[in-house]
Structure formats: C-alpha cells, structure tokens
Design a protein around this ligand. Structure first.
Ligand SMILES: [Zn+2]
Length: 289
C-alpha cells in the first residue's frame, strides 16, 4: 500500500491529478469508492468540519480505513478546511492522511504563523501526514449561490506562494487561481462554466515547487481542468456537483418508488447518480490524452 505522498508524486510524474470528493454519508462514500475501483485510480475523500460533525470523526476514519484495508486500495482521507488547531489535532489522532489547515481569512503574516505551528504539531502526531495550507480567497460554502463574488482581487501571486510554502513547511498549497467554492444556478444548469488562470498556476508551480490543490472545481470548464493539471495542479476538489447529483438521485428514487420505505431500495438511485459525476471527473483527471 503506497502512502498518499507517493501516490501524489507518481501522478505528478504521469501528468494526471487525484480526484478529491467530499462525503457526508455512506451514499457518497459508496459512489466515490465504486467509481475509483471501477477505473482503478487512486482517490481522496474529504470531510469538512460540518461533514465530520455529521458523520463522526472517528467513524468516517474507520469507514475509509476499512476500504483501504479490505481492498488494499489507494483511497485516502482528508480533513477538508479545518479552521482550528484543536480540530486538526483531532483528525490527525484519528488517522487522517491529510489535513487542509485553513486560516486563509487571517492577514498573511498571521496565516503563516498559525500554519507553521500547525505543521509542526501535526507532524509530531504523524510524521507521514500531509498538511495543506491556503492563501488568497476561494469563497465560502459548497452550495448554490445567487451571485458570483468578485474574487479576482484575491488571486494568489507566485511570490506570496513561494514565501508561504518556505515559511510554513506545508506539503501542499491551495492557491486562489480563479475558482470559488459552490456553483451558480447557471453552472448547475450547464449554461456557464468557471475558468482558471492557467498562466498563474504555472508561475505558482515554478515559484513554490510544491504539490498544488484546486478547490472549488465543480462547474469548471473541462479544457481548463486539463490545462490546469498540465500546469501543475495535483489534486482537484469536487463537492457541489456531487451534492446536486445526490439530491437529484434521491428525488428520482422517491419519485420512482412512491410507496417504498426500505432505504436500501431508494438510496441506490442516489449512489448511481453521484457515481456518474465521479466517474466523469475521474476519467478527466486521469486522462493523459
Ligand atoms: Zn475547498
């Protein structure tokens, strides 16, 4: 069984990226795992603070570990957007493979100071854990938004990225390069797409020489995602697209089985709906053509 670091370094050599999908229940986990298994590609599952609270920190760690062990499969668990050291420590102690330590709302110097401290503390708990830090602004919740916030002023600069990575010792950097969390209604309907600053990604990669994560990947133009991977993105986060598919699949199951009360006869509709999204994203992220 390879470590997450080995998997990320190998995918970087191969010119592909690892898909990261948020889960909040067993439907989402089943869909993500089945898709990765079907395509035989490594995968990351992420749980935000809210998702962790719902599933249980120790419980979600046990579920993911059970899949790693039973199937000897490269599925890894990430503590997504963790805003306090206490919650990061809790995830590290429960065996998470990676942690996104997110104090990006703070002024740059304070973000650096707190992230550096978190890296030291988390590595003392588990030297193999990967710590991701964030600079710039990539918006808030993975939900459907009425309006697009103007985040162009908060894009990460290559100089900042280099300084941040060198000062904090993070393994992975989440830069702001054009995406935001969540989707607009027009993106859910497929009418508009997010676009990325590919040149900036390339400049950040050469300046910071570090693994890079793209957050807020839902609703992004496929061609931009391909170019972003070629420019140095190693992990791509998809959450809102899964949430939309989860809800649609659930509604479909309820509509098709109006009298049904057996959960395992309704929920497979949601699993299948989510799976179609995960398969499509994993095919794109792992394609070398
Ligand atoms: Zn994110």
């Amino acid at each position: 069984m390879h470590t997450l670091r080995e998997v990320l370094e190998q995918t970087q050599k191969n010119g592909v990226a690892v898909g990261h999908f948020n889960i909040a229940d067993l439907v989402l986990l089943k869909a993500v795992f089945a898709s990765a298994q079907e395509l035989n590609v490594p995968v990351m599952v992420g749980v935000s603070e809210g998702e962790r609270e719902f599933m249980g920190v120790r419980q979600v760690a046990a579920l993911v570990r059970s899949l790693q062990e039973e199937f000897d499969f490269p599925i890894f668990l990430n503590a997504d957007h963790t805003h306090s050291l206490a919650k990061a420590i809790e995830a590290a102690r429960n065996g998470f493979d990676a942690i996104v330590f997110d104090t990006s709302e703070l002024p740059f110097e304070e973000n650096v100071r707190q992230t550096k401290e978190a890296v030291e503390v988390l590595k003392s708990i588990n030297p193999a854990i990967l710590v991701e830090g964030e600079i710039g602004n990539i918006g808030t919740g993975s939900e459907i938004h009425e309006q697009a916030p103007d985040l162009s002023r908060f894009l990460t600069t290559p100089e900042q990225a280099k300084q941040y990575v060198e000062s904090t010792g993070v393994d992975i950097l989440a830069p702001a390069v054009g995406t935001m969390h969540g989707m607009l209604k027009s993106m859910v309907q497929g009418e508009t797409k997010k676009h990325l600053d590919i040149t900036r990604i390339g400049q950040i990669k050469s300046a910071a020489q570090v693994l890079l994560t793209l957050h807020g990947g839902s609703g992004t133009d496929d061609e931009d995602l391909r170019k972003a991977i070629a420019a140095g993105i190693n992990i791509i986060h998809i959450n809102t697209e899964l949430r939309v598919a989860w809800r649609r699949g659930l509604e479909d199951g309820l509509a098709k089985r109006p009298q049904e009360v057996v959960p395992y006869k309704i929920l497979p509709f949601a699993v299948e709906s989510v799976k179609q999204v995960v398969l499509s994203r994993l095919r794109l992220f792992n394609s070398t053509v």
